[in-house]
Write a protein that binds this ligand. Structure first.
Ligand SMILES: *Cc1c(COP(=O)(O)O)cnc(C)c1O
Length: 365
């Protein structure tokens, strides 16, 4: 096999569907600013995800930054170093100090038992990430937040459509943010959203993403331009038609990986979380060099030389990046270990079973 296998392929809707929508946009002559496709996608996504209110954004990062603004988050926020860089750079752009706590070694989510010791008089919120879509321990996080009067904002960029015990995990906390970037399971090319509980909050969010305008002639807050345009909303609407089949193909590929990789010495996989309807967005493996015989990077390069392009999500750890290297990291030993061992194997809706077999054969060789 010589064809490249990338870590992911973008979810692309049927051209016919998208084309019909484009014709409609050309007739409407309305390209952005809460147009009809924007409204339709907000409504359809809220229904699909089973959330009361959803506000679309240009991207997930602006959604997160606006979420911090709408809750007036200041001072310090407790978060995880094991995530995409935007989780914490959003805090810095809002003049908020990220305070990192270690992760748990099973799910790679923030270790809830480490949160309380990180709280100071300046702490205003907790910003956990559902890493790889595995749900955080919301009841623990919420009870700590309630006890100390903190807000909870979930970076749910990996958690599109995920339910626990039949309930959407996007309804947890004060706000959740989603990303619809081309590399994510559901895509609007670039895009994102904030999920919130009540209409009044949605109104505030909608106002902030439109410069702070309240009607035509009044600006009541220092807003930003975070609006999603009609072409991308139409792309998303068409992509929603194929999301279920995309997720079921991802599931098939994930289960095949699990079966075929079982029992390889030094290759650890994640367990399946109980009671969770997963979206199978990522397939992380963790390479234990002592047992496997090769280092993570040796395996990563071996795969790459054979046209298999895994990604080391999340390596390096945020605290190894320039903007965060002033932050102490001695207490982040589990996060460091996981970051040094992880490879996310290729996983997407177009993958074939033979490709899994090929990748597994390279890992076994
Ligand atoms: C993708 C991602 C983001 C950023 O979303 P964009 O839409 O690319 O701005 C934030 N947090 C996490 C965990 C992500 O994976």
């Amino acid at each position: 096999m010589s064809k490249k296998i990338l870590v992911t392929e973008p979810l692309m809707p049927s051209l016919d569907n998208f084309n019909n929508y484009l014709h409609e946009i050309w007739q409407n002559k309305w390209l952005t600013n809460n147009g009809s496709f924007h409204k339709r996608l907000e409504k359809k996504l809220a229904d699909y995800l089973d959330v009361p209110n959803l506000s679309l954004f240009t991207n997930g990062t602006l959604a997160l930054q606006t979420a911090l603004q709408v809750l007036d988050i200041k001072g310090e926020v407790i978060t995880t170093p094991y995530t995409f860089v935007a989780t914490s750079t959003s805090l810095i752009w809002n003049n908020v100090k990220p305070v990192f706590v270690d992760i748990d070694p099973v799910w790679c989510n923030m270790d809830c038992d480490k949160i309380e010791e990180a709280i100071t008089e300046n702490t205003t919120a907790i910003l956990p990430v559902h890493v790889y879509g595995n749900p955080c321990d919301n009841s623990k996080i919420q009870s700590i937040a309630d006890k100390h009067g903190l807000k909870v904002i979930y970076d749910a960029a990996h958690a599109f459509g995920i339910k626990q015990n039949g309930q959407s995990i996007l309804n947890w906390g004060d706000l959740s943010i989603l990303s619809f970037h081309a590399t994510k399971t559901f895509s609007t090319i670039e895009g994102g959203a904030i999920v919130c509980h009540d209409k009044a909050t949605k109104k505030k969010i909608d106002l902030l993403k439109n410069f702070g305008f309240n009607g035509e002639t009044e600006v009541i807050a220092a807003g930003i331009n975070g609006k999603m345009n009609e072409v991308q909303a139409a792309y998303g609407l068409a992509a929603l038609d194929i999301i279920d089949s995309a997720i079921s193909q991802r599931k098939k590929i994930s289960l095949l990986y699990q079966k075929q990789l079982a029992g390889i010495n030094g290759i650890q996989m994640m367990p399946n979380p109980e009671g969770v309807d997963h979206n199978y967005s990522y397939f992380p493996i963790f390479v234990n060099q002592d047992k496997y015989g090769k280092s993570r990077d040796e395996l990563y390069l071996h795969l790459k030389q054979n046209e298999v392009f895994g990604r080391r999500y999340f390596y390096p750890l945020l605290t190894d990046f320039e903007p965060f290297n002033q932050h102490p990291s001695d207490h982040l030993s589990i996060a460091k270990t996981m970051a040094n061992q992880v490879i996310c194997l290729p996983l997407h809706h177009n993958m074939k079973e033979e490709q899994v077999e090929y990748i597994v054969s390279l890992i076994k060789a």
